[in-house]
Design a protein around this ligand. Structure first.
Ligand SMILES: Cc1ncc(COP(=O)(O)O)c(C=O)c1O
Length: 409
């Protein structure tokens, strides 16, 4: 079974939008196109249910039911309980709140390990705890490859380690870290594992029960949906966190770590991502399945398609002496997030040339400042990043390679 790309692309309004015609989108790690189910859900909520939810009149009841269903369906896809899912405004804000909620669990002098491969979202808020009595230990990346080494982590763990924070997949290096192994290692030392899944989730929702992280976060505006941060917190751990909301939210997991009123419409719109995944599953498979099985099947389709496209891009890049791939060069355990540095021409000129070729991609540090610093790469101008997902076509990849050739000549 192969991914039916014309069906996939028919689900995304951007691919039939006249103003985007001719432009190939390679800044997906910054934020993906939304699927039509998401656009429709948001429109219908704003037109039919934009009232306070959970009152007894019909529009309000429906609003509340739509929100509840978002928690339940997202949890089912991720293989966790609905009470373990939280929707905050963004991953950055979710980590900020978590750092404050978790600090009282620990004694002065306790240790937390934070990776230097993270986007600043899963970095700064933890490091700030150094000013509040915690000992913060940095898990540096390899200066050449940008990769995290589990052997190095082993040397950092101690009897006082309380948490290890790291990314599932870096938003610059693109390497997929062994989350299960790292989480187990953390647990063996009595520490929690806190995973930034923002870079990985667009390429396949994880089975969180299987993965074993205590906290896993991603941003739904990068997974074809509305602008929210999705946060899984293990139910047992939730009971130990300090309430970060109104005093009367104490004991109510839905409110405690998402202070302020949630964005009702966007939460309801999460259903649109899952409508899209359900539609994809039904289009490709005949057998009835529960959400977690559908997810596994879809992940297989996404991965096969993305790995094939990635092979074409990496093979081309490796063939050039005038380009450095930032991060591992092999198409192994890698997501299609590929950062490059031109070696002969100025990066800004190359970038400008790529835009002229109607390629939408990014330049800069992508808030992955610490990994770039560890690798000795100046954060200004940073790197050129091309990132793609399952809806990317071979034609777009060909346009990317043509554009790179043209610009580098
Ligand atoms: C890997 C990674 N983590 C975290 C974030 C921050 O997400 P948010 O914008 O939801 O705060 C980003 C955003 O680009 C990211 O790429």
């Amino acid at each position: 079974m192969k991914l039916d790309l014309s069906f996939v692309r028919s689900q995304f309004p951007a691919f039939s939008e006249p103003s985007l015609e001719g432009w190939a989108f390679f800044e997906n790690a910054g934020g993906s196109y939304p699927c039509k189910q998401v656009v429709d859900r948001l429109t219908s909520f704003y037109t039919q249910n934009k009232v306070q939810p959970y009152y007894p009149y019909p529009a309000s009841q429906k609003a509340g039911a739509l929100m509840d269903s978002a928690y339940e369906r997202m949890a089912a896809y991720l293989n966790v309980d609905a009470a373990e899912i939280h929707f905050g405004p963004s991953t950055t804000q979710n980590v900020y709140v978590l750092a404050n909620a978790m600090r009282p669990m620990w004694e002065d002098g306790d240790e937390i390990i934070v990776s230097c491969q993270d986007h600043e979202a899963n970095a700064g808020a933890w490091r700030r705890l150094a000013k509040r009595g915690m000992k913060v230990i940095e898990w540096h990346v390899d200066a050449e490859t940008g990769m995290l080494d589990v052997e190095v982590l082993k040397g950092l763990l101690s009897g006082r380690t309380k948490m290890v924070a790291f990314p599932h997949c870096s938003n610059v290096i693109g390497y997929i870290n062994p989350v299960k192994e790292i989480s187990k290692l953390a647990h063996n030392h009595g520490a929690l594992s806190v995973v930034d899944g923002v870079g990985w989730a667009p390429h396949g929702f994880p089975d969180l029960r299987d993965l074993g992280a205590d906290i896993y976060m991603f941003s739904s505006y990068k997974t074809y949906g509305p602008h929210l941060g999705v946060m899984y917190v293990n139910g047992e751990l939730m009971g130990k966190l300090e309430n970060q909301s109104h005093f009367f939210k104490e004991g109510n997991p839905k409110g405690m770590i998402t202070p302020a009123g949630p964005d009702h419409a966007q939460i309801a719109t999460i259903n649109g991502i899952l409508d899209y995944f359900d539609a994809l599953y039904e289009h490709h498979f005949d057998e009835e399945a529960i959400a977690v099985e559908k997810n596994r099947a879809l992940n297989g389709l996404f991965r096969e398609h993305e790995v094939a496209l990635q092979e074409t891009v990496l093979t081309f890049l490796r063939s050039r002496d005038d380009i450095r791939i930032v991060g591992p060069e092999a198409n192994v355990n890698r997501a299609p997030i590929i950062a490059i540095l031109p070696m002969e021409k100025s990066i800004k000129r190359v970038y400008a040339g790529l835009i002229k070729q109607q390629l939408m991609l990014g330049i800069g540090d992508f808030y992955a400042v610490r990994p770039l610093m560890d690798m000795g790469i100046p954060t200004d101008p940073g790197v050129i990043r091309m990132s793609f997902v399952h809806y990317t076509s071979e034609e777009e990849i060909a346009q990317l390679i043509r554009g790179l050739k043209e610009t580098l000549e």
